[in-house]
Design a protein around this ligand. Structure first.
Ligand SMILES: C[S@@+](CC[C@H](N)C(=O)[O-])C[C@H]1O[C@@H](n2cnc3c(N)ncnc32)[C@H](O)[C@@H]1O
Length: 233
């Protein structure tokens, strides 16, 4: 992965952090030795660079494909993959330390139903086949709270349209956020584009909801008294 990142930096670029702590030599070794087996990055790059027609996701052995975008340290992704071995989980995350954490768990539990994409999600989104994903989740995307940074928000009109195309059914894409401003921003996108459907499915999560408290970032927000909003489209 590290070699691909330095050869094709544009695909891995994003506005936030990519690596927070310097990777230890053992983590570098784990990435070098094992990442390619679980990763989609090379296939994606081949599609872009040489127009490869190789199938990105082989779903023959799986009954569903679920995509989690920006999985952070991967707690939710790992838990889902362990509990549902017949579902293929695709995890997208640009934060290398998070990718290493997940890779370690994959190796520890010999998980066979996770594929990883370490590049900016947009590159994955742009080449996914229409109606190929059963469910898509974005758990608390970076809020980019300052108005001048709103344009960096991952959930924007362009990506909502693309996500709606790659997900098989309506109401199978979930976004949670602790940012009221982001929640309103996304709602505004829906209300100003009448062809996009999400009505009646917005809510504030509570303890019994499936996506409540599922990640470290979310639990920190809850601890700080924040509400968790969910949008479904
Ligand atoms: C606020 S964190 C939340 C992490 C995790 N979902 C959680 O709730 O703990 C947002 C995550 O999305 C990742 N991310 C942001 N933009 C991304 C992109 N374009 N492609 C892939 N990952 C992205 C960041 O690296 C970060 O780990």
């Amino acid at each position: 992965m590290l070699d691909l990142r330095s050869k094709f930096p544009d695909y891995y670029k994003y506005h936030g952090r990519n690596i927070t702590k310097k990777l230890s030599s053992s983590n570098v070794r784990i990435l070098n030795d094992h990442y390619s087996k679980y990763s989609l990055d090379k296939k994606i790059l081949n599609i872009y660079s040489i127009g490869s027609t190789e199938q990105l996701l082989q779903s023959d052995f799986f009954k569903k494909i679920i995509l989690e975008v920006g999985f952070g340290d991967g707690e939710h992704l790992i838990e889902c993959a362990l509990s549902n071995p017949k579902v293929l989980y695709v995890g997208s995350e640009v934060y290398v330390n998070g990718v290493v954490k997940v890779l370690k768990k994959i190796l520890e539990h010999d998980i066979k139903n996770i594929r990883l994409c370490g590049m900016n999600f947009v590159y994955l989104l742009n080449i996914l086949n229409q109606n190929s994903i059963d469910e898509l989740k974005i758990i608390n995307p970076d809020p980019w709270r300052k108005k001048r940074h709103f344009k960096r928000r991952l959930v924007n009109l362009e990506n909502i349209i693309k996500i709606s195309g790659v997900v098989k059914n309506k109401y199978s894409s979930y976004i949670t956020t602790d940012s009221e401003s982001y929640f309103n921003y996304i709602n505004e996108i829906f209300s100003s584009n009448s062809n996009l459907i999400h009505e009646n499915k917005n809510k504030i999560l509570s303890k019994n909801d499936k996506l409540y408290g599922v990640s470290r970032y979310q639990r920190k927000a809850i601890k700080n008294g924040k509400k968790i909003y969910q949008l479904t489209f």
